[in-house]
Design a protein around this ligand. Structure first.
Ligand SMILES: [Fe+2]
Length: 384
């Protein structure tokens, strides 16, 4: 099952109980660790204390930065880098969901590259980063499998990825036992993010056959097992499948890039700080409907892995069935939301369209259906 993960220069440590290896794995890269995490959840579940214990067993000095918010800010990264330098840390551990892992990547990068991280996000070349260890406690962003890290600039509200080969984690620990304590709403939102990554990498203009196969595997696994862990978060066998699918979905977007759902969602969560997976859920089926005519063969392939019987129906009908099947999944995950319910108003649409066109250019051009400003406006309006 793990043969596909050597697409990226990351050592993956998978499986229930794998967290206990973190001391020895970290020791190979540094002696003074900065743990980057959120304000409360890893403390509440005991995972933070467990990690500190495993590191101290290997005589690694530990400093904790626990101020990462969801949709992490460039200013938060700046504060953490000051702490890292003061404590002379030489390795950064991202512990939590996508937000702490992405923040950890940017902190490790900023420790080596002077100046404003926003300049690097918009294309300035970096020269390296401190070693990064990623420990994912959600099956969501796939950050443990990619060279991407999303930050929001609080002044401009631009929410955009740093992409750099220097921010691949040296080691990623994927321990599904850590995911069993997630609240149901978080399981649904992060799991749908993972599914969106896989679908987007599959449909992307820059995809390629091996990535398409990997993404299809992730889509099939998530359709089967995400509703199971949503209903029963203690189902560890299903978590193993969901966690693996999330990681290969991360590898897939690292290689193929995201398309319109992320291209349109980042402006929404950058402006209104909504939960990323919920923003994707609000946009997703409308975008599929808009796109399928441009990639019918891919919809046929996707239909096979999400359980649609194609016998006796036209290509058009298969694609429509795909859209309906995604709607059913969203319903099963209690994720049938609109942009309006997430706080988007008609007045925001001009800003969202301008921001998407300026900051998410790559995602829009990577989308299989040609998409102009007026298309974005129509899609945002339809999702209100
Ligand atoms: Fe995402």
């Amino acid at each position: 099952m793990l043969e596909k993960i050597n697409q990226v220069p990351i050592k993956f440590v998978f499986g229930k109980g794998s967290l206990k290896n973190i001391g020895g794995l970290t020791k190979a890269y540094g002696k003074r660790a900065l743990i980057v995490t959120g304000r409360s959840s890893t403390k509440k579940t005991g995972v933070l204390d467990a990690v500190i214990g495993y590191l101290q067993d290997e005589e690694i000095d530990v400093t904790v930065f626990n101020e990462v918010e969801s949709n992490p800010l460039t200013t938060t990264v700046k504060r953490a880098v000051a702490l890292l330098k003061e404590q002379e840390c030489d390795i950064v551990i991202g512990l939590g969901g996508g937000s702490p892992m992405d923040a950890a990547k940017c902190i490790a990068f900023s420790a080596v590259n002077e100046g404003d991280i926003s300049d690097y996000i918009f294309g300035k070349e970096g020269k390296g980063a401190l070693p990064i260890i990623a420990v994912t406690t959600t099956a969501g962003t796939g950050s443990e499998g990619d060279s991407l890290a999303v930050l929001t600039n609080p002044e401009t509200k631009d929410k955009k990825s740093l992409k750099s080969p220097y921010i691949y984690p040296k080691v990623s620990i994927v321990d599904p036992a850590l995911m069993m304590t997630l609240p149901a709403s978080m399981i649904a939102a992060t799991g749908f993010d993972a599914l969106s990554h896989s679908v987007e990498a599959f449909l992307a203009n820059h995809s390629r056959p091996d990535i398409e196969e990997m993404a299809l595997e992730a889509i099939g696994l998530l359709f089967t097992f995400l509703p199971k862990v949503y209903k029963n978060p203690t189902d560890i066998e299903s978590w193993e499948k969901v966690a693996y699918a999330n990681t290969i979905g991360g590898i897939a977007i690292d290689q193929a890039g995201v398309v319109l759902p992320h291209g349109m969602e980042h402006p929404v969560s950058g402006l209104l700080n909504v939960t990323h997976g919920e923003g994707l859920a609000a946009l997703f089926t409308e975008i599929l409907e808009f796109s399928y005519k441009y990639c019918q063969e891919k919809f046929l392939r996707m239909a096979k892995v999400i359980g649609i019987k194609e016998d006796g129906i036209t290509k058009d009908q298969v694609a429509r069935q795909c859209v309906k099947t995604f709607e059913k999944l969203l319903k099963a995950l209690d994720l049938q939301v609109t942009l309006g319910q997430l706080g988007v108003k008609e007045d925001h649409i001009d800003w969202l369209v301008e921001n998407a066109m300026r900051t998410m250019t790559y995602a829009i051009s990577n989308h299989p259906a040609p998409c102009k400003e007026e298309d974005l406006r129509a899609l945002y309006t339809a999702c209100l």
